[in-house]
Design a protein around this ligand. Structure first.
Ligand SMILES: C[S@@+](CC[C@H](N)C(=O)[O-])C[C@H]1O[C@@H](n2cnc3c(N)ncnc32)[C@H](O)[C@@H]1O
Length: 217
C-alpha cells in the first residue's frame, strides 16, 4: 500500500507527513477546541447505542485523536480503530489516548488507495470522521471512499461525518447524493455552517433513524 503518495503534493497544500507541519497545525487547531468539541458531542449523540455498549468504532483520518477521544468520553467501553496515513499525527494520538490503549488500535492507510480498508477488521457499528475526507479533493475518490465506508458498516450502524462539505459545488446536498449512490438508504444533515457541516448516514434500518429523531425531540 502506498501511504507516501501524497508527498508529491505542492508545498502550498497540507503536508501531513511532516512532523514540523503537523506540530504547527495542531498548535493552531487546538485553539478551535471550544467551538468544535460541542459540535462533535452533538454529532456523536446521534449514535443509537447505550453509553455502556461495547461497540466497534472506526475513526477515518483520525489525526491526533480528537474525535476518538470524544467517542470514548460518550462510549467508554468502545473499541476504536484509528485510521490515518500520517505518522506524526499518530504520535500525538497515541499520547492523547494512552489511558485507553487496550481499547485502541492504529491502522496506517491512504484513503486514495483502493486497498485502504484491507488492514481494517470490520464490520463496525459506528464510523466517524472529522475534517478528513475533503482532503481527497477529487470527487471520484470521495465517492469511492463513501462506497468503502458503506461496505465497512454493520447494517444497523451509522456513519457520522464532520467535514468541509462546502468545498464542492452543492455542498452537503452533493455529498448526501454521493452517500446514497454508495448505498446508504438514509442521510441527514444535522448541522451546517458552510463550508462546515455534519452529515449522518444510515445503511438501512428505519427503526434506528426513528430512535435518533425520538432522542432529539
Ligand atoms: C484536518 S486533519 C483532522 C484530524 C482529526 N480527524 C480531527 O478532527 O482533528 C486531517 C487528517 O486527515 C488525514 N488525511 C488526509 N488525507 C488522507 C489520506 N489520503 N489518507 C489518510 N489520511 C488522510 C491527515 O493525515 C490528517 O490527520
Amino acid at each position: 500500500m502506498n501511504v507516501a503518495k501524497r508527498d508529491e503534493r505542492p508545498l502550498s497544500e497540507h503536508d501531513w507527513h511532516s512532523p514540523a507541519y503537523v506540530d504547527d497545525w495542531i498548535r493552531r487547531d487546538v485553539t478551535r477546541d471550544d467551538t468544535r468539541r460541542p459540535l462533535l458531542h452533538q454529532m456523536l449523540m446521534i449514535a443509537p447505542f447505550a453509553a455502556e455498549a461495547d461497540i466497534k468504532v472506526l475513526d477515518i483520518g483520525a489525526g491526533y485523536g480528537v474525535v476518538s477521544e470524544q467517542v470514548l468520553s460518550i462510549f467508554p467501553h468502545a473499541h476504536l480503530t484509528l485510521q490515518d496515513y500520517s505518522a506524526p499525527m499518530f504520535v500525538y494520538a497515541r499520547n492523547r489516548l494512552r489511558w485507553n490503549s487496550s481499547q485502541v488500535c492504529y491502522v496506517f492507510s491512504d484513503l486514495s488507495d483502493p486497498e485502504w480498508t484491507s488492514g481494517l477488521q470490520g464490520p463496525f457499528d459506528l464510523i466517524v470522521s472529522g475534517l478528513a475526507i475533503h482532503n481527497l479533493r477529487e470527487h471520484s475518490l470521495m465517492r469511492s471512499c463513501y462506497g468503502s465506508i458503506y461496505q465497512l458498516l454493520q447494517p444497523g450502524g451509522v456513519f457520522l461525518d464532520y467535514d468541509l462539505f462546502g468545498l464542492v459545488e452543492g455542498g452537503t446536498g452533493t455529498h448526501r447524493g454521493w452517500l446514497r449512490e454508495a448505498g446508504f438508504e438514509r442521510t441527514d444533515c444535522t448541522w451546517e455552517e458552510p463550508p462546515l457541516g455534519i452529515i449522518a448516514a444510515w445503511p438501512r434500518n428505519l427503526e434506528i433513524f426513528r430512535q435518533y429523531h425520538n432522542r432529539r425531540s
